[in-house]
Design a protein around this ligand. Structure first.
Ligand code: FAD
Length: 491
């Protein structure tokens, strides 16, 4: 359990298994995953509350809705936003309504709202958040990490995870190289009131549209990439005049900020007892709306592994699979965002028109939409069956206890063995304390996005992150290898 004591100098001294720095979407998701899996976690966050000044992300993609569904909170998000076809590549819309998935769409919902909902959820889970404090420095040894916070509090943790955004102090202090490309473009981004109503739509390398409380959201390219001061209302007015010939009487900003297309990725997601997730591990232009989604999915990949390591059921080497699985996913997002920027920057529009023609072809649309929505992710988990490494579809099952969806069986973030022939009890006996075995029948066809129909399996082993670790029949020696590899030795 996390402990909280006072030293003889009056400073607080905390201990926990995992210290998460940053309570953005990635840090909150990681804290939830760790807590569900039984690890004791403390989150330190510099912001005083969960309120976000800028709207930032405008939506969630299908795979992120699924991971929230696995934990039973998708309904809250879906009720707060609008389910719609949000996927786009270089501004070219991509429809996924024909994908075989329970949520063949994205969700239009600002990051502000997503963070409010996540914050309420982690409060319910009882996650400890130390607010108004910053991580300042840390030192690692063989057994853990000593962290110093801005108010003098010290924290001793077995592992430290930097979910502290693109300028990550944790990444810099760990000396992890952030390799990639400098910015080529800078956007000014604001929500303001206006005395005249502008025409809403795309232009100026961004666009102008409605925001909360009758305000207007503005995102426009600025002529200079580098700036040595924060943006002002006058900078925003100048950007509006360049594009529309008028500043529409912009006033009373809720916020004004800048972002760029800098594309960088941590060369290692782990250095000993320090790990990185979310924007701390990768930054890129927000084209295609993928950053928050990537971070939440990083957290879902890392949480259960870290919980097993601190809980003593799995060796520390399990954590290396986090980098192996998630680094290539973000590298691909960096690649696609840089490609989208190049298409947007080509002045004649010929490149974009050509890409739009290609994306009108079904296979091309499915390929790119699978990538943007996150539904095509396949980890290399050593298996020949097309399900292995891919996300488990949320099928309707029937059990002796009644009908149930697969994702409803995943609420507690535990490994799941779906036993369709009722013959695997002996195979998982040594892991019965960790792996939930459910005998079920499935009347639905097994279909995967981009793959199509697959043969109904006899049994499927699903990791807590929803990815399939093994498919086969009772008595297959690969099952015990997969169980040991992912969930530790038999007991
Ligand atoms: C204009 C814009 C539009 C975007 N649109 C989309 C979109 O449509 N879809 C999408 O998926 N993504 C989008 N993104 C990207 C998305 O906002 C980020 O990817 C997401 O916020 C990353 O989450 P995170 O938790 O990793 O980091 P952050 O959200 O940056 O959170 C980091 C947290 O760490 C805290 N922190 C930092 N340093 C310390 C410290 N030393 N001590 C304590 N706390 C610290 C910060 O206060 C912050 O709360 C957009 C981004 C921008 C700028």
């Amino acid at each position: 359990m996390a402990t909280d004591t006072t030293t003889r100098h009056g400073d607080r001294a905390l201990t926990c298994a995992v210290l998460v720095v940053g309570a953005g979407p990635t840090g909150m998701m990681l804290a939830a995953e760790l807590t569900l899996a039984g690890a004791d976690v403390i989150v330190v966050e510099r912001r005083p509350d969960a309120e976000l000044e800028s709207a930032r992300s405008r939506g969630l993609h299908a795979r992120t809705i699924e991971v929230f569904d696995q934990r039973g909170v998708a309904d809250r998000l879906l009720a707060a936003g609008t389910a719609m076809q949000v996927q786009a590549f270089a501004g070219i819309p991509l429809d996924i309504s024909d994908f075989p998935a329970r949520h063949p769409y994205g969700l239009a919902l600002t990051q502000r709202e997503v963070e409010r909902i996540m914050s309420a959820w982690i409060d319910e889970l009882g996650v400890t958040i130390v607010r108004r404090r910053e991580l300042q420095r840390f030192a690692s040894d063989d057994a853990g990490v000593d962290v110093e916070l801005s108010d003098g509090t010290s924290v001793r943790a077995q592992y430290l995870v930097g979910c502290d955004g693109g300028r990550s102090t944790v990444r810099k202090a760990a000396g992890i190289e952030f390799a990639g490309w400098d910015a080529t473009t800078c956007w000014i981004h604001a929500e303001v009131e206006m005395t005249e109503r502008p025409e809403f739509g795309l232009r100026g390398g961004g666009g102008i549209g409605p925001a909360d409380d009758g305000r207007v959201g503005v995102t426009l390219i600025e002529p200079d990439v580098d700036h040595d001061r924060e943006p002002t209302l006058e900078d925003l007015r100048a950007a509006l005049r360049r594009v529309d010939g008028t500043d529409h009487g912009a006033h009373s900003p809720r916020f004004i900020s800048r972002f760029t297309d800098m594309s960088r990725q941590a060369v290692a997601y782990r250095s000993g007892r320090v790990l990185l997730a979310g924007d701390a591990a990768h930054v890129h232009a927000p084209l295609g709306g993928q950053g928050l989604n990537l971070g939440v999915q990083d957290a879902v990949n890392l949480g259960w592994k870290l919980a097993q390591v601190v809980g003593g059921t799995s060796p520390d080497a399990l954590l290396d699979t986090y980098h192996d699985e998630r680094h290539p996913v973000a590298a691909r997002v960096l690649q696609n965002t840089m490609a989208q920027r190049a298409i947007g920057a080509e002045p004649s529009g010929a490149l974009r028109s050509t890409i739009a023609e290609i994306l009108a072809l079904d296979d091309a649309r499915r390929h790119v939409a699978g990538m943007i929505s996150g539904l095509d992710i396949r980890y290399d988990l050593r298996g020949r069956h097309p399900l292995v490494g891919r996300r488990m579809p949320d099928l309707d099952l029937v059990t002796d206890a009644g009908p149930v969806r697969v994702y409803e069986l995943m609420r507690r973030a535990r490994p799941l063995l779906l036993d369709f022939e009722g013959s695997c009890a002996g195979d998982v006996a040594g892991w019965a304390d960790r792996v939930q075995r459910v005998e079920a029948r499935c009347g639905e066809p097994w279909e995967l996005p981009l793959v199509g129909a697959v043969d109904p399996p006899s049994a499927v082993l699903v990791r807590p992150d929803g990815h399939v670790a093994w498919v086969g029949v009772a008595g297959d020696p690969e099952l015990s290898r997969a169980l040991e590899r992912w969930f530790g030795p038999a007991r």
